[in-house]
Design a protein around this ligand. Structure first.
Ligand SMILES: [Zn+2]
Length: 350
């Protein structure tokens, strides 16, 4: 396709799998349920016509916590992220060093690649998000500087393994970017987060950086957001300072898309691509192909065609127990994205 289109990552898990995970009653069955969920997800994604697919994050605990699975040096009382509808998610806190990932994303990538011939994209969590697990009171015998050095090494390893195993793209999820402006309106925390992640990206060559991307959104859990009230205009100029070639931007659910597109046009650098969200993942209504086409045409008025791509606003279920959207709806919305992007292409390249 002339206008590339890619998913973000997660697909709602099958209800039978969610029931088994949340009950934690029958561990023996989980492996089978996970394998079924992966193969069914890949099959359904292939049917949507999407030229690039993911494993739907069927076996991740969440987009943010997968590296922490199995670690024993964590306590449950970390940072709380509040969503508009009143629910919250909480990060754990590290209790001792050294910090090592319990689990690397390449595991998901290679499991998916075994079952599909299509290119597979892999999402990883940002170093900035995981930096929040170091306690403000410190850890005796393991300084914050030592922790950050370990974290950068681990985040690099997480990405590099995926590149080495042929990931089509490696996308860093950076949902805390926009949220940071809520916690620190001065933008100091945002600039710090970006600098931390750039320390990871700078370990890759310019060619490798073209395979790396960043996804941003106002959060999307149980069909609710954590930072939609923060103005995109305050966030985007800094975002394009990240040393990657691809930006996966929530946009369909923005109240004033043109205002956002004008800022993207102003700050997008020549070696960067903007993948515009044309599917509102929080809206249960499936977009028509014409609506998607019109959203692409709208974006094409501001973004050079050779730098324009489409995506969904976010993953459909970043946390494993989120079943607010059905799998059927998610696949139908992805098909609408692919078909609508094609329709727009016919207009733009005719
Ligand atoms: Zn997102």
């Amino acid at each position: 396709m002339k206008i590339p289109t890619e998913p973000i990552g997660s697909i709602p898990r099958p209800t039978s799998l969610v029931a088994a995970i949340t009950a934690l009653s029958n561990g023996a069955n989980l492996t089978d349920l996970y394998n079924e969920a992966i193969s069914d997800t890949l099959k359904e994604l292939e049917k949507t016509g999407s030229p690039v697919i993911t494993d739907g994050e069927q076996t991740k605990s969440s987009f943010a916590t997968y590296p922490l699975e199995g670690l024993t040096n964590l306590a449950p009382e970390g940072m709380v992220i509040n969503f508009e509808d009143g629910h919250s998610r909480q990060l754990p806190l590290l209790t001792s060093g050294p910090f090592r990932y319990g689990n690397y994303a390449v595991k998901y990538l290679t499991a998916a690649q075994k079952q599909t011939k299509l290119p597979v994209k892999q999402a990883v969590i940002s170093a900035s998000a995981l930096s929040l697990i170091y306690p403000q009171s410190g850890i005796e015998g393991y300084t914050q500087a030592e922790f950050m050095a370990d974290l950068l090494d681990e985040c690099e390893k997480d990405i590099r393994q995926c590149l080495q195993h042929g990931a089509y793209k490696v996308q860093m999820d950076f949902t805390e970017g926009r949220l940071s402006l809520k916690l620190d309106p001065s933008g100091g925390v945002l600039k710090h987060f970006i600098a931390v992640n750039n320390q990871v990206f700078d370990r890759f060559t310019k060619e490798e950086q073209q395979k790396l991307g960043v996804h941003v959104c106002p959060g999307g859990d149980h069909d609710s957001t954590h930072s939609a009230d923060i103005d995109y205009a305050d966030f985007l100029p800094d975002l394009f300072e990240m040393h990657v070639g691809n930006f996966y931007l929530q946009l369909a659910s923005e109240p004033d898309r043109v205002k956002v597109l004008k800022i993207v046009k102003q700050y997008l650098k020549p070696d960067q691509k903007a993948f515009i969200g044309v599917i509102d993942v929080l809206d249960p209504v499936v977009e028509s192909t014409e609506i998607v086409r019109d959203r692409v045409l709208e974006a094409a008025a501001y973004i050079p065609l050779n730098q324009l791509g489409t995506t969904d606003d976010c993953g459909f279920s970043p946390f494993c127990d989120d079943v607010s959207t059905t799998r059927e709806t998610a696949f139908a919305k992805i098909k609408a994205r692919v078909d609508g992007t094609r329709l727009a292409e016919e207009r733009l390249f005719s």
